[in-house]
Design a protein around this ligand. Structure first.
Ligand SMILES: Cc1ncc(COP(=O)(O)O)c(C=O)c1O
Length: 413
């Protein structure tokens, strides 16, 4: 009998688009090539950046003889969890003072989303209830849907977010979809620097969103992957989360430190839980411990130590904020430089959205044929949706990218 692999019936899955794009970029030998796909910060020399404050803390950790490699507690490093929640909610947060906030150290923002989703399926709106609707913005980071599906949720819906014609927020569509949502639905909200559109509601618009969500009894699940990156200011970028907490919502906030600390491969994230009282948060944490135990059992320590050491030292905290601002300012500069070049070239269409949008990404409005042209003819790699990472732009490639976009827009319709 011919031996047959136990894997013979396994279908090949499609590669993850953004990683495939980077692999294609690496293989491209053209000296003009530019990678605008990758979801990570790059310097003006197109290099990854280890934040100086991170380097300093890493050296401190390496020479600290009191540290070892014992398991961390299942819920993570206590000082990491509390300091992470504190930067999300603010040092003066009433919820923290009232001891109704908890944190779960997770493997990146993705881990925080996944653990949060798993908890909600098990314990929210009835036990083991996979039929609670989950509302995700249209469009959104492509992993959101999959995370909730893999946690067992069956009813994943979208809410309107992006108005392609005006290249901005579709607030009315957003509010109408929330109004129609069944009671207790879960709504995934981008805390700031919406990925992929780079378009956030204004504070007044957030107020309207919160009002509808309150009336409709909807549960806010914030995804905060870019705090500090959007405006360069941690407090400004946490405004929406803090506003919802001030309006007495119980909520989750999945925090990632991949981008704002440049700790992509350390997998450092935190799930902040805000509840009605101490007791309910403690019970939720006890269940979170069960979920973490069967998922990764104990989280890794290095990234959490770096973040906790930085956030709990006033000097290092100041230094970190200035490092974050360096990154945010470079993005802002690239935005204005790209826009002014396109306007100078007279590229058809309007380009104000490039500077109106914030965070790492810009939704250019280029269509899939124009994207294909840029990749094939110009060796400029970007997502099929037209999303570009502003950090892929540098003072050296700006002219080339702007001229290539101009060519794509004028030649291809
Ligand atoms: C909106 C959003 N959420 C979550 C994440 C996940 O971050 P992490 O790498 O920390 O898992 C990302 C990363 O690209 C993101 O863009």
């Amino acid at each position: 009998m011919a031996a047959s692999s136990v894997f013979s019936g396994v279908p090949a899955a499609a590669p993850v688009a953004v990683f495939k794009l980077t692999a294609d970029f690496r293989e491209d030998c053209d000296p003009r090539k530019v990678n605008l796909g990758v979801g990570a910060y790059r310097t003006d020399d197109s290099q990854p950046w280890v934040l100086p404050v991170v380097k300093k803390v890493e050296q401190q950790i390496a020479s600290d003889a009191s540290l070892n490699h014992e398991y961390l507690p299942i819920l993570g490093l206590p000082e990491f969890r509390s300091s992470a929640s504190k930067i999300a909610l603010g040092g003066d947060s009433k919820a923290i003072l009232e001891k109704r906030v908890g944190g779960v150290q997770c493997l990146g923002g993705t881990g925080a989303l996944r653990i949060g989703a798993e908890f909600l399926r098990r314990w929210y709106n009835g036990t083991n209830n996979p039929s609670t609707p989950i509302y995700i913005s249209s469009p959104s980071w492509e992993n959101h849907n999959a995370v909730f599906i893999d946690a067992g949720f069956k009813d994943i819906r979208t809410y309107r977010y992006w108005d392609a014609a005006k290249r901005g927020l579709d607030l009315q569509g957003f509010l109408q979809d929330l109004q129609k949502a069944p009671d207790f639905s879960i709504v995934l909200l981008h805390a700031c620097a919406h990925n992929p559109t780079g378009t956030d509601p204004t504070p007044d618009e957030w107020k309207e969103i919160a009002e509808v969500m309150k009336v409709r009894h909807l549960f806010p699940f914030f995804d905060s992957a870019y705090q500090g990156f959007a405006s360069g200011n941690l407090d400004k970028d946490a405004w929406a989360v803090r506003y919802f907490v001030s309006k007495e919502f119980e909520l989750f906030c999945a925090q990632s430190f991949s981008k704002n600390f440049g700790l992509y491969n350390e997998r450092v994230g935190n799930l902040t839980i805000v509840g009605e009282d101490t007791d309910s948060v403690q019970r939720a944490l006890s269940q979170m411990e069960k979920i973490a135990r069967t998922t990764w059992s104990n989280p890794p320590s290095q990234g959490a130590r770096i973040v906790a050491t930085t956030l709990t030292s006033s000097d290092l905290f100041v230094e970190w904020k200035s490092n974050v601002k360096t990154m945010a300012d470079r993005v802002l500069l690239m935005r204005s430089e790209l826009r002014s070049r396109l306007e100078k070239l007279g590229t058809p269409g309007t380009w104000n959205h490039i500077t109106d949008q914030i965070g790492m990404f810009s939704y250019t409005g280029l269509n899939s044929k124009q994207v294909e042209y840029l990749i094939k003819e110009k060796h400029i790699y970007l997502m099929a949706s037209g999303r570009i990472n502003m950090c892929g732009l540098t003072t050296k490639n700006l002219d080339y990218v702007a001229e290539s976009i101009h060519e794509a827009v004028t030649k291809i319709h």
